[in-house]
Ligand binder design. Structure first.
Ligand SMILES: *[C@@H]1O[C@H](CO)[C@@H](O)[C@H](O)[C@H]1NC(C)=O
Ligand SMILES: *[C@@H]1O[C@H](CO)[C@@H](O)[C@H](O)[C@H]1NC(C)=O
Ligand SMILES: *[C@@H]1O[C@H](CO)[C@@H](O)[C@H](O)[C@H]1NC(C)=O
Length: 720
């Protein structure tokens, strides 16, 4: 009996073990959350066979602590001193519970025996995991969370970045700000630093977002509007440093990188529909009154420029400051400066041309709107409750308290009355980054750091609410600079902000490619940039004819073309500066219009599946290791490979053709198809940007027509 019993028990134990192993294997196969102890007393948590966390006493996944920080601001540039006062590694853990689709673990530390911190990893759909922590203590305000990483892993995104596409090896604060003028110790950055701390860092951006995409095909979206740092400096982990005692994030993982990006875009909410009119021709940025605008319009039209819109940023008037001619920040039509604008708008509409204007969340002191908003209590306040007057360089302005519902609705109504009812086709929806920690909202829901990072989201939401309320979504286009997690669902379009009018990789023309691609993988799949850049500081920084034209030829292969005269127009080469430029520019706007059927299909794909319009190569060629190294080329949709010329005085350009079966045909070449992976050098004279189309594309005949119509330069044919 006893023998039998023992045997039975042993068999039972084996059976139980087998069943457990089978159950675990089944769960692993189903891609569920999987906990496994490791040698030495640690554990791993995996999802879909991918290790997410790897804990050991020496390298704990969580640390909690406290700290204090100081944020000083000048003109939208922030100096942040972040002191860690205490940091307790949570080395000990108690494995608490494992459900079918969840793992719950409690952590403790000898250094604070009362403290417990819970980690909850819960699968909420086949490809989505919710990760959160909680704690029994309010004594802490800092948290470090370590996710396991492979040495070779790449990461991208964190909203809009400018300096690097692959973020590995660096840390990225999530704090909206000016991008800075010049960066990384360049001479321009140093000069800007002397002149008010305006020099940038590799990570300063208008549109940071607490998320990243990993080459292991997952994306992490962190649900915390406070300042945080995504730290990718270590080979074996990614660390999230939070100004909070709790963590909450969503991890998405799909079968391909592309599917993961589509899931991110869809989860965050797809950007609203971009209307067709803006995909054709170009918007011309001009200013100085109705007559000047009409003169520029007729001049361009007569030269063959395909004009979709006239963008007048100074529609509300202008003021002269020490920094030059600036827009008057009172978001109403200035009828003395722009007489008959309403009539002109109606007239231009007959010719298929829209008029676009400008707005931002701030109101210049003493203006009608400032006084009204101040009287209603709709401006952000100082500690005493008075309207906060913020130094914007040459004048003071208040900020509409978009975080409070009443002020939000007031501003939404103003947009409807002043802008949409006037018949505007859109506007630059500028700024949003300057909220200081000593600026207060009537809504006390959010702490100071959250108010700062949430203002861009509220600004986007306010513009979208005005469109929705007037039925103009999909027709009128506000284009945004600032953003953050949750902004993309409200943004019809963004633009890359204020590039320097030069060739610098950090924040000149090349940086707009990194901006578009990092935004694309962050869920904001439709963006554009100021043709020729913006920030001018003559004589060090002034736009050349060549930069303007290289920038234009690249903009042809983006969803929207729009010029900007820059902040010092007189020092910059403009599309209208001379006849030759005007004609070359006109040809490129026509080329862009010919692409419309293709561009339209890309916007349809964004709407249907969340696929970004401009895409890094690796989204389509995930198996081609070479494509991961290519930061300054992109795919405009699935079938056009674009490698903009990013240097002056070059006649040819090197292009990487990704492998993976696709055959590529140089748009301006001899028609030969080439199969990647390979590097080719193509002739690239001005006006013939290095572009390849995919052989067999449904749009192949369109591309060939464009090549025939705009090619015609025999020198290019057959050259390699
Ligand atoms: C800019 O300043 C930094 C720090 O002082 C210095 O290391 C760097 O060499 C300077 N750059 C130039 C181009 O002078
Ligand atoms: C990023 O991580 C590295 C390595 O652990 C550390 O030295 C550095 O201080 C971290 N940076 C930030 C801003 O947390
Ligand atoms: C309109 O613009 C002009 C020119 O910039 C300015 O002098 C004037 O004060 C503005 N008027 C209003 C009502 O804002």
């Amino acid at each position: 009996m006893s023998d039998t019993f023992t045997t039975t028990r042993a068999t039972m134990r084996q059976l139980v073990a087998v069943v457990v192993v089978l159950a675990l294997a089944a769960r692993q196969a189903a891609g569920q959350v999987f906990f496994e102890p490791t040698d030495g007393g640690g554990f791993t948590i995996a999802f879909q066979d991918q290790v997410v966390f790897r804990h050991s006493a020496d390298d704990p996944i969580l640390s909690i602590g406290s700290g204090s920080s100081d944020f000083s601001e000048k003109h939208g540039n922030f100096k942040i001193n972040d002191d860690v006062l205490k940091k307790l590694p949570l080395s000990e853990y108690k494995y608490v519970a494992e459900g079918d689709d969840s793992v719950h673990i409690t952590f403790t530390t000898d250094e604070d025996p009362e403290l417990t911190v819970g980690l909850h990893v819960v699968q909420i759909s086949p490809n989505t995991v919710d990760i959160s922590t909680d704690t029994n203590s309010n004594a802490y305000n800092r948290l470090w969370v370590r996710l396991w990483a492979e040495e070779e892993e790449q990461v991208w995104g964190v909203g809009e970045q400018y300096s690097y596409l692959n973020l590995r090896g660096r840390h990225y604060p999530v704090w909206t700000s000016e991008q800075g003028i010049g960066r990384d110790g360049s001479i321009i950055a140093n000069l800007s630093d002397v002149d008010g701390g305006a020099g940038g860092e590799y990570y300063t951006t208008y549109y940071p977002q607490a998320s990243y995409l990993s080459s292991r095909r997952y994306s992490l979206l962190i649900n915390d509007p406070r300042y945080l740092v995504l730290n990718f400096t270590e080979a074996s982990r990614h660390e999230v440093f939070l100004h909070h005692h709790m963590f909450h994030a969503t991890l998405l993982r799909e079968a391909t990188l592309m599917a993961t990006v589509q899931a991110v875009t869809t989860t965050l909410g797809k950007p609203p529909q971009l209307p067709e009119w803006i995909m054709r021709g170009t918007i011309l940025g001009v200013q100085h009154g109705t007559d000047e605008m009409m003169f520029r319009y007729e001049e361009a039209r007569d030269a063959g420029v395909d004009v979709s819109g006239m963008w007048i940023q100074d529609w509300s008037g202008s003021i002269e400051t020490l920094l030059g001619h600036r827009v008057y920040w009172n978001w109403r039509w200035n009828q003395t400066y722009y007489p008959d604008l309403d009539v002109v708008i109606a007239g231009l509409a007959q010719e298929g041309v829209r008029v676009l204007a400008y707005a931002n969340p701030n109101l210049v002191e003493g203006s009608e709107m400032f006084e009204e908003a101040a009287a209603l209590g709709y401006l952000m306040t100082d500690a005493e409750g008075n309207a906060f007057r913020h130094d914007f360089g040459g004048f003071l302005a208040g900020t509409v308290d978009l975080l409070s519902e009443d002020a939000f609705n007031w501003y939404k109504d103003e947009i409807e009355k002043n802008m949409i009812a006037l018949g505007l086709g859109g506007w630059m929806a500028d700024f949003g980054e300057y909220t200081r920690l000593d600026m207060f909202s009537a809504d006390s829901t959010h702490d100071a750091e959250s108010r700062h990072n949430l203002l861009p989201v509220a600004w986007a939401r306010c513009n979208k609410a005005a469109l929705d309320n007037t039925g103009m979504t999909g027709e009128v286009v506000p284009f945004h600079r600032s953003g953050g997690l949750g902004a993309s669902r409200h943004q019809v379009l963004t633009w890359a902000g204020d590039q320097n009018v030069n060739w610098a990789y950090g924040d000149g023309l090349p940086s707009t490619i990194i901006a578009a691609l990092s935004l694309a993988v962050s869920g904001m799949g439709v963006t554009h940039f100021d043709i020729g850049g913006y920030t001018t500081q003559a004589p060090v920084l002034a736009r050349s004819k060549e930069l303007l034209l290289r920038s234009t030829e690249y903009a042809v292969f983006t969803p929207v073309m729009r010029t900007h005269e820059g902040n010092k127009p007189q020092h910059n080469h403009q599309y209208y500066s001379e006849k030759d430029t005007l004609l070359q520019f006109a040809r490129l706007t026509q080329m862009h219009s010919r692409l419309l059927p293709y561009t339209r299909s890309l916007l349809q794909a964004l709407k249907a599946t969340g696929t970004p319009v401009q895409r890094p190569l690796f989204l389509h060629f995930e198996e081609d290791v070479g494509s991961y190294e290519v930061a300054y080329q992109y795919l405009f949709g699935p079938d056009l490979l674009v490698a903009p010329v990013l240097s002056k005085a070059v006649e040819e350009w090197e292009v990487y053709l990704p492998g993976g079966g696709a055959e590529w045909v140089h748009l301006w070449g001899d028609g030969a198809a080439m199969t990647g992976p390979m590097v080719v050098v193509v002739a690239a004279p001005l006006g013939y940007p290095p572009v390849f189309y995919r052989k067999g594309s449904p749009y192949e005949s369109l591309f060939q027509e464009i090549a025939d119509e705009f090619g015609g330069d025999e020198r290019l044919k057959g050259r390699r």
